[in-house]
Ligand binder design. Structure first.
Ligand code: 13P
Ligand code: SF4
Length: 368
């Protein structure tokens, strides 16, 4: 059914003025015990040690570029062991990060679940700030680092904790579901979190006729199309996915009617109407592994197409992809720096963290 209502900052005259609180910010950065910078020379020992890693990315990274990356990759992997750190990377990280230095890769739900199982004392989150905050919420006793804390997200920046309180005043008693693409401050105000893999399941788990679903208007519209629960939405959008257009997909189909199109549910409805499959980043990857389409249009962030092509080179990837500038703030160079200096550490006020953690754990504990 269509969404029952959609609200944004302009709909509340009494909304506190000021900058929206974004999840990403310059963290206070206590300098860690700095280790010496390792050698970054391209020498035969590095070439030998990194050869198995190059094998994983040879279809997407030209041989001429490898000597420029491999010494940093080698240094990161050595330092990671020396520090006892684990690297979590989202599916949108560049292939040299996703395939060559990450210990665990996945979508937002997988990363949140894996974060609860981590034994290491240090987590380096290669993704955007809300993902690092989620890892920290689930690991309050651990050091969680993000190589660049300015790595934000237009969805997380679209809503504040005060906005959630205003929505609750307007709709008393209606439970609030927050996409994990929100700050800890917002998670602390809501009843339960969801990701794009489990949004419909989370909404239906509440057993109520109406829910407030925030902040992504397009994910809300997608969820509303899959359930009888009435959805009240917020006006946020992903700046990467909202740029896709249904007409560009129709042009691909006209050029080759056998092409398969898969899309992330953060896309507008006219885009999803053209897709053969809609799912979270992990669901999209699993779909490609199972279906092995000959030609594929993957409507999401560009690096994910590279990561899939590295694994499945026989799938021809047409690429009307958009880059997420926030995800791209994470680089090999700043991952190395992060491990050397233990910066930038994600910190969350403890009382707020306890409340925010409850909504994330409530999602994780839902039975499949
Ligand atoms: P997934 O949970 O599908 O990985 O999505 C996260 C995200 O930020 C997509 O833009
Ligand atoms: Fe946020 Fe969109 Fe980037 Fe995902 S792709 S992190 S939703 S801005």
């Amino acid at each position: 059914m269509p969404i029952a209502g959609i609200y944004g900052p302009d709909d509340f005259a009494n909304r506190p003025q000021g900058q929206p609180v974004t999840s990403a910010r310059a963290a206070p950065v206590p300098a860690g015990p700095k280790l010496p910078m390792p050698s970054l020379e391209w020498i035969p020992a590095v070439e030998r040690a990194t050869a198995p890693l190059y094998d994983r990315v040879k279809h997407v990274i030209p041989p001429i570029e490898w000597p420029l990356m491999a010494p940093t990759i080698h240094a990161i992997n050595q330092l990671k062991r020396a520090r006892g750190a684990v690297i979590l990377a989202h599916n949108y990280q560049a292939p040299e990060i996703f395939h060559c230095v990450a210990d665990i890769g996945g979508d937002s739900l997988q990363l949140a679940v894996e974060a609860t199982k981590v034994k290491a004392d240090i987590i380096v989150q290669c993704g955007v700030h809300f993902m690092a905050e989620t890892s920290k919420l689930l690991n309050l006793d651990k050091t969680v680092l993000i190589p660049d804390s300015r790595a934000g997200c237009s969805l997380a920046a679209s809503i504040t904790g005060a906005d959630v309180r205003l929505l609750r005043e307007k709709f008393p008693g209606v439970p609030v579901v927050a996409y994990v693409n929100t700050s800890a401050e917002v998670k602390a105000e809501v009843d339960i979190c969801c990701t794009s893999s489990n949004a419909v399941q989370v909404v239906e788990s509440l057993n109520v006729p109406t829910v407030i679903f925030l902040p992504d208007r397009y994910l809300a519209t997608y969820v509303a199309s899959k359930t009888d629960v009435k959805i009240i939405a917020w006006k946020g959008a992903c700046e990467v996915h909202e740029r896709f257009k249904g007409e560009e997909l129709r042009a691909y189909r006209e050029a080759d009617p056998s092409v398969q199109i898969i899309a992330h549910p953060e896309c507008p409805p006219d885009v999803l109407a053209e897709a053969d499959f809609t799912g979270s980043t992990a669901h999209m990857i699993n779909w490609v592994r199972a279906e092995r389409p000959r030609r594929l249009v993957m409507i999401t962030e560009c690096s994910m197409a590279d990561n899939v092509r590295a694994e499945l080179p026989d799938v021809e990837m047409l690429r009307p992809c958009n880059l997420c500038p926030h995800m791209k703030r994470i680089t090999l160079a700043n991952i190395l720096e992060s491990l050397l200096t233990l910066r930038e550490e994600v910190t969350i006020d403890l009382a707020l963290a306890e409340r925010a953690r409850r909504s994330v754990e409530r999602m994780i504990n839902l039975k499949n």
